[in-house]
Design a protein around this ligand. Sequence first.
Ligand code: CS2
Ligand code: MN
Length: 363
Amino acid sequence: MEMTLRWYGTGFDTVTLRQIRQIPGVKGVITTLYDTTPGEVWPRERIQALKKEVEAENMHIAGIESVNVCDAIKVGSPDRDKYIDNYIQTLENLGLEDIHLVCYNFMPVFDWTRTELARRRHDGSTVLAYNQETIDSIDPENMFASISKDSNGAVMPGWEPERMAKIKELFEMYKDIDEEKLFANLKYFLERIMPVCNKYNINMAIHPDDPAWSVFGLPRIIINKQNIQRMMKMVDDPHNGVTFCSGSYGTNLENDLPDMIRSLKGRIHFAHVRNLQFNCTEPGHLDFEEAAHLSSDGSFDMYEIVKALYDIGFTGPIRPDHGRMIWDEVAMPGYGLYDRALGAAYINGLWEAIEKADKRGTK
Ligand code: CS2
Ligand code: MN
């Protein structure tokens, strides 16, 4: 594996490349052109400029998160081919710049869904949290307004104000889309982009739906082992793979994370590692919050997750996912420097221990 950190780019991120470079073992960043709109072509010059900026701090771009897929492609509108052509052109431009990993998602309307961006924990840190009763009581069209006051002024990925301003239209676009149609539209998209991925050896890594079930009556498909297997079989190409995100698949307690990782051997191109703390597991009253990465701070066994990645011979980029807001940092919720740096150090420690035990034959 290669330890990385997500960076939103100058002007969008409170964290600098130099700070990232100072986290032990981090030489790669996962980045994006944050001001592009889904559906538009990423100009090659802008990709080059981004690369230069990262390389000037002695790092490299380990992958892109995300090249977002526009709604026309997800719903399969008559004009989708035009947008897929643009996506292919973006992939070509990335390939020409020697970038070989692209994370994306196929979630309708919302990217991740949380009900709070700054829930206070026992230790005074603040974290993103999800409460089912709150979800059930709010109008999805007001979701953005209800949580954005805690965003510390940052534009949250997938929750861009321009998109949220069109929320009614978005729901309208998806009204006839069920899971089968979404699968079919994903297949169509993947079949069209695989040739360019093969040409430039670009690994496509679909991010799971977060949380891993349907919200607000919208269909969600990248939620469990069975559906990912279906997604990979329907376009059976090694470049059609996944981002294994423990914090997203882990929202659904039926998902056995280490078992899922083992079943995805060879097709996990990117890993997001984060821990969740479940406060209530009763359906209808489910409540969880994002914990520190350390196993004992939350509900997951992080050793088993990292060990499963080690055991399948995972060599791709890995990153700590959302962190808590600690030490009075003011940053995009989930994306401060401090707790993610602690997460990176912890995951590095787990990996080193697992690797050394393996080499000594005492796993
Ligand atoms: C990320 C997602 O912050 C997060 O939860 O893991 O927003 C992820 O970047 C997208 O879903 C990938 O397209
Ligand atoms: Mn993730």
